[in-house]
Design a protein around this ligand. Structure first.
Ligand code: G3P
Ligand code: CA
Length: 250
C-alpha cells in the first residue's frame, strides 16, 4: 500500500485531554498530528463556539443549551474539570481563536453541529475573513448545512458525515445526493466501510474518510479498507500503527 492516510485528531487528542479544548488540540500537535476535528455551535449573541453537545452539561460546569448563553457567559465556564482537575483552566473557545491559532500549522475539519439559523454561512464568512479556506474542511451530519455551505461558499471543501446508525446497510442514495450537491468527501461510520465500498466511492470521485473509530480493531480495518483517513480519539496509536506498516501519514 503506498497511499497516505489522513490522521485526524477527533475533538483533539480526546482520549487524553478534554475534547474540543486547546489542551486537546495542543496535545494532538505534540503527537505530530496535522489534522484536527472540532464541533461548532452558536452562542445566544451569535458568536461561533467550539463544543460538541447542544448542552453544556456533559463537558462544562454549566447547564442548559449552548445557544441560550452569551459568549461571555460561555467563556466563564470550566470546560476541563469534568475530564480531570488538572484541566480546570480550559474554557470554551471561539472558532475564531481556534482558526487563528491552529490553521497555519494544521488542517481543521470543522463540523457544523448546531442547528441555529445560518450557522454554516456564518462559519464560512469567518473562515473567509481569516483567509483560512485552504486549511479547512466543513463537515456535517446535516445535509442541509452542507448544501447551505456549498450554495454560499462553493470554494469550501465539504464532507458529509453519513447519518447511518450501527447495523445500517449502505444506501447508495448518499452517492447521488453527494454528487448533486458537489460534496467532496463522504464520511461513513467505520463499521460500514469495506474495500468494495471504498473503491466504489473512489470511482465516483469522492474522498472517503471515516468516523466512529472507537477501537484499535476498527482503526486497522479502516486502514485496510483503503479509505483516505479517519477521525480518531487516539491519533498517537494510529501514527504508531501506520509507521509500523510503512504507510505514509498525512
Ligand atoms: O468525524 C466526525 C465525528 O466527529 C462525528 O461524530 O459525534 O463525534 O461529532 P461526533
Ligand atoms: Ca464532530
Amino acid at each position: 500500500m503506498s497511499k497516505k492516510i489522513t490522521n485526524i485528531a477527533h475533538r483533539g487528542a480526546s482520549s487524553y485531554a478534554p475534547e474540543n479544548t486547546k489542551a486537546a488540540f495542543d496535545l494532538a500537535i505534540e503527537m505530530g498530528v496535522k489534522h484536527i476535528e472540532l464541533d461548532v455551535h452558536s452562542s445566544k449573541d451569535n458568536h461561533l463556539v467550539v463544543i460538541h453537545d447542544d448542552t453544556l452539561d456533559r463537558t462544562t460546569n454549566g447547564q442548559g443549551n449552548v445557544k441560550d448563553f452569551t459568549l461571555k457567559e460561555l467563556q466563564s465556564l470550566d470546560a476541563g474539570s469534568w475530564f480531570s482537575e488538572k484541566y480546570s483552566n480550559e474554557n470554551i473557545c471561539t472558532l475564531e481563536e481556534i482558526i487563528s491559532k491552529y490553521a497555519e500549522s494544521t488542517h481543521l475539519h470543522i463540523e457544523i453541529k448546531g442547528r441555529t439559523l445560518n450557522l454554516a454561512q456564518k462559519t464560512c464568512t469567518l473562515i473567509r475573513s481569516l483567509e483560512a479556506t485552504d486549511m479547512v474542511t466543513i463537515t456535517s451530519f446535516w445535509k442541509d448545512s452542507l448544501v447551505e455551505t456549498k450554495n454560499f461558499a462553493p470554494e469550501m471543501k465539504t464532507g458529509w458525515l453519513v447519518p447511518m446508525g450501527p447495523g445500517s446497510k449502505w444506501d447508495n442514495e448518499i452517492v447521488e445526493i453527494s454528487k448533486k450537491y458537489k460534496f467532496d468527501q463522504i464520511c461513513p461510520r467505520a463499521e460500514l466501510v469495506t474495500k468494495t465500498l471504498v473503491s466504489n466511492l473512489h470511482r465516483e470521485g469522492f474522498e472517503v474518510r471515516c468516523h466512529g473509530v472507537f477501537t484499535e480493531d476498527l482503526m486497522r480495518s479502516v486502514v485496510s479498507s483503503g479509505a483516505d483517513g479517519m477521525t480518531i480519539n487516539f491519533p498517537d496509536k494510529l501514527n504508531t500503527y501506520l509507521n509500523q506498516k510503512g504507510i505514509e501519514v498525512d
